[in-house]
Every structure is written in C-alpha cells, then in structure tokens.
Design a protein around this ligand. Structure first.
Ligand SMILES: O=C(O)c1cc(=O)[nH]c(=O)n1[C@@H]1O[C@H](COP(=O)(O)O)[C@@H](O)[C@H]1O
Length: 233
C-alpha cells in the first residue's frame, strides 16, 4: 500500500538556489516532495529552505543531526520553525539524542515527521568493518530501527534491501525513507545498497529519495516522468 500518493522526493543537491528552484518547478508534476540536504543548506541557509517550501510540495530537510542531545534539541526546534514536513537525525546518536529531538518538536502543529538515518546507503559491510562496526549492514539497520521506534520517532532512512527486516521489527505504521534508488541502467556512483524505484516500492518503501538519476539527467522532467510511469502513477 502506498502511503504517499507520489512517493518520490527529489534531492535538490546543488549550491545554487535558482538551479534548485527551476529544477523543482520542472519536476513538480511528477514528484511528491522536495529534499534539501547538506550541500543546499550549507551553501544557501534557512531562507532558501523557505523559498523551496513556497513551491508547494512537502519539503524534507535532510540535516542528519548527530550531536549531544541539548544541541540536537535546539537545532530541531530551529528546523521545525522553517515549516518543513520532515527532517532527520542519525540514529547512531543514541536514544537520549533522538528523544531530545522528538521532545523539542512535540509542541509544533503541524509537527514535522522525525526520521532517523540507520546505515547510510553509501556504506557496505566492508566499509562498516573499517570503522569498527563488525555487524553486517542489515543487522545494524535492524538494531537501530528498533531503537528509533523505541525513542518515539516516526521512521527511518534505510536502503531498500533492509525494508522487510525493518517492517518486521517495527510494524506497519513505521515510515521507511529509501535513498540509493537507481532506475535500471542508471549510474550507481557512490551508492552501495541500491534498488530500482519499482523494486523498492514493491519491497514496501514509503518514500523514495532520488537525486542524480533525475537531477543529472539531460532532461530532469522527462526522467522524473519516466520514474512516475515506472511506478504506475
Ligand atoms: O538521508 C538521506 O537522504 C540519505 C541517506 C542515505 O543513507 N543515503 C543517501 O543517499 N541520502 C541522500 O539521498 C540522496 C541520494 O542522491 P542520489 O544518490 O543522487 O540519488 C542524497 O541527497 C543523499 O544525501
């Protein structure tokens, strides 16, 4: 079952506001939301997030907060104040940090969805081992997803490969946000745990975060349209 009428959130990974706005307007008919992340926010700041929100699609602020609980609580209040529909923290910041973020935004109406990144889709088991993380990615995602749920958050970012595990561990209402999406034949680039849009939705993804397969295409609107068609939207 699709929880969002169009699950595709396009990642506006650019330091140029005009680029981001014209890209967002071009793909608007074919996507369900807009994602701004570290490159956009660091280069352009909070006012630019408001400008993207004016386009009229839900905005996911991919801020990936990971700090001590008090700092993350303050940053969460600040990002909620920008009127975004959703933002994220790193689950590896731990339960107290995630609870601090959730408590900080609890009074907000409408309250943004609070999501935690489990294991980045650019990591595989070999890279995890190099940073001292000996459990395979799938096991670490399962462990962190259960902790995210226990901490009172709305869902996780994970790869499409862990969707069944997360669903089994966290139940049907827990949101799954899935980057590392690559249509058949698209360049994988720096991503490691990838899947096609159709396979990821069939595996139960609630939201697909898609950047370069749309934004680096010769015609981004056409690329977004082709993905919407692949999903039967
Ligand atoms: O939180 C995210 O959005 C995120 C988490 C993750 O594990 N992997 C991941 O790729 N992302 C983001 O999703 C987008 C994927 O972009 P493409 O690889 O260009 O499709 C980027 O903006 C990443 O910052």
């Amino acid at each position: 079952m699709m929880r969002f009428p169009n699950p595709v959130f396009v990642a506006l990974d650019t330091p140029d506001l005009n680029n981001a706005l014209s890209l967002a307007r071009a793909v608007k008919p074919y996507v369900g939301g807009l994602k701004v992340g570290l490159e956009f926010i660091t280069a352009l700041g909070p006012d630019a997030i408001r400008r993207v929100a004016e386009i009229g699609l839900p905005v996911f602020a991919d801020v990936k907060f990971h700090d001590i609980p008090n700092t993350v609580a303050g940053a969460s209040r600040a990002i909620a104040g920008l009127g975004v529909a959703m933002f994220n923290v790193h689950a590896s910041g731990g339960e107290a940090m995630m609870r601090a973020a959730a408590d900080a935004i609890a009074p907000w109406t409408p309250r943004p969805l609070l999501i935690a990144v489990t294991v980045l889709t650019s990591l595989d088991d070999a890279v995890l081992e190099m940073v001292g993380q000996r459990a395979p990615a799938s096991e670490q995602v399962e462990r962190l997803a259960a902790l995210v749920k226990k901490s009172g958050l709305d869902g996780v970012v994970c790869s499409a490969h862990e969707l069944a595990t997360v669903r089994a561990a966290c139940g049907p209402d827990f949101l799954t946000i899935v980057p590392g999406i690559r249509p058949a034949g698209a360049a994988v680039g720096d991503q490691k745990r990838v899947m096609t849009p159709k396979q990821a939705v069939a595996a139960g993804a609630d939201i697909l975060v898609i950047g370069r397969p749309i934004t680096a295409a010769p015609d981004p609107a056409e690329a977004a349209k082709a993905i919407a068609e692949e999903l039967g939207l």
